[in-house]
Design a protein around this ligand. Sequence first.
Ligand code: CDP
Ligand code: MG
Length: 193
Amino acid sequence: MDPQQALIIIKPDAVQRGLMGKILKRFEDVGLKIVAFKFEWADREKIIAHYPETDEWFGKVGQRTLKNYGAKGLEAKEMLGTDDPVAIGKMVKSWLIDYMSESPLLFAVVEGYETIHIVRKLCGDTNPMNALPGTIRGDFSHDNIDLANGRRRPLRNIIHGTDAVEEASKEINLWFRPEELHTYARADEEIMF
Ligand code: CDP
Ligand code: MG
């Protein structure tokens, strides 16, 4: 089994609340190796490139909104003017661009075995209301989809973590140059790697 890399981005709500250290600690504590790290304002164009531009992704995001509205008996059409998942996904993406432009972002690449699974586990559910205690989103946020999307803004959910193996290298190459990724040994590496 080869080690895997994943991108994490500490989002503006966490930067604004001074949570960067606490969040990075979660990844260090489980033994993932931080191999790249930067803190900078993101170009709008790069944020656009970061979130997929496919109907599949828009549909997935929009479906999440519809599912939440449905569970609460809310009408997406009334609240957002449409119940088309792809159209809702496109709206969410446009809100994300503003959200990710509110502050500098902390970008890091973490490495280890089954990294993407571990990163998602540490981050917790996308919808902070459902993220379990002990996860980053569950411990540091309590936003929810119908509140957020009903106010025409994205979920303020603290962190981005790569969610698929196929997306990892695209995301990492978008934000980091190859020479910014470092190779070194962690002290506990003999046991782990
Ligand atoms: O970030 P994650 O991979 O968990 O979720 P995603 O489905 O890839 O969506 C990207 C981001 O869009 C989320 O982290 C939320 O900030 C936002 N989002 C939203 O505001 N409303 C939705 N219905 C779905 C996603
Ligand atoms: Mg995602």
